[in-house]
Design a protein around this ligand. Structure first.
Ligand code: UDP
Length: 248
């Protein structure tokens, strides 16, 4: 790996929608395979990569609890976390099939299926060149996998948190609702919070802000974007400390 790479250890957050076809739910292996090809190219360059899986393609706790009177909200969140494990298992096998060595670690113990998340063990795997797939979020209800990604990025001392989405970055408004919405190339943590932007949850932004972890929100659907984001190229939107915003 060349030494001028800005990021040596990367936390990639893959949302649940990356596991299914646009507008659908469930799992579609073609979508995962395409993502795996991008991931393999990054790993082959020697970048250490941990991946936090979302679960929105299967179930989001808040939404499910709202329409299911019999289901208590924490139960719905646990169901959501288990959905991320289903995605994690699919991603693990797809990566291994592409020739990438992996480990799956979960925040909820299930020893027949995966290792428990143990910070030091996770780092050891990364140092050995294995991709560590992290599932079951934080293991606690009421938060999202964005927050899990921010916490894990901090724990494993990642240089950057990459959030793979289906949009080209962060916009002033939802670009699907307002075609005149402006895309930011960079935005400070504070401005993101002030504008109450929805691409990522505020708890995750707070964690990254407190520990100065840069975030890159980018469109993973454009082939090569994962590599570009890892290489520090201008792709999507970067969320940074105000002092690090490029004024040029
Ligand atoms: N979840 C949770 N605790 C966590 C992470 C996730 O309870 O630490 C639940 C929550 O209900 C969430 C669901 O798991 O809606 C799926 O995760 P998320 O919505 O973040 O998936 P994404 O939107 O990234 O696909």
């Amino acid at each position: 790996m060349s030494d001028n790479r800005p990021y040596k250890r990367v936390l990639l957050k893959i949302s649940g929608q990356s596991f299914c076809r646009p507008g659908e739910t469930g799992i579609h292996m073609d979508e995962i395979t395409t993502m795996c090809q991008q991931i393999k190219r990054v790993v082959d360059q020697g970048v250490q990569l941990a991946i936090v899986c979302g679960g929105g393609n299967i179930l989001r706790g808040k939404e499910f609890a709202a329409v299911s009177a019999a289901i208590k909200t924490p139960t719905a969140h646990y169901m959501g976390m288990l959905g991320t494990v289903i995605n994690g298992l699919a991603l693990q096998d797809a990566l291994e099939n592409a020739g990438v060595e992996t480990r799956l670690q979960t925040a909820i113990q299930m020893e027949r299926v995966a290792e428990p998340f143990i910070r030091r063990r996770c780092i050891r795997h990364l140092e050995k060149g294995r991709v560590v797939v992290l599932a079951a979020g934080t293991g606690s209800p009421f938060v999202t996998t964005d927050t899990a990604a921010a916490l894990r990025a901090r724990e494993i001392e990642a240089d950057v948190l990459l959030k793979a989405t289906k949009v080209d970055g962060i916009y002033s408004e939802d670009p699907e609702k307002n075609p005149h919405a402006v895309r930011y190339s960079e935005i400070s943590y504070q401005d993101f919070l002030r504008q109450n932007l929805k691409v990522m949850d505020a708890t995750a932004i707070h964690h990254c802000m407190e520990h100065n972890i840069p975030i890159v929100v980018f469109n993973y659907k454009k082939l090569g974007n994962v590599e570009r984001a890892v290489a520090g190229e201008r792709v999507g939107t970067r969320v940074l400390a105000a002092a690090n915003i490029d004024k040029s």
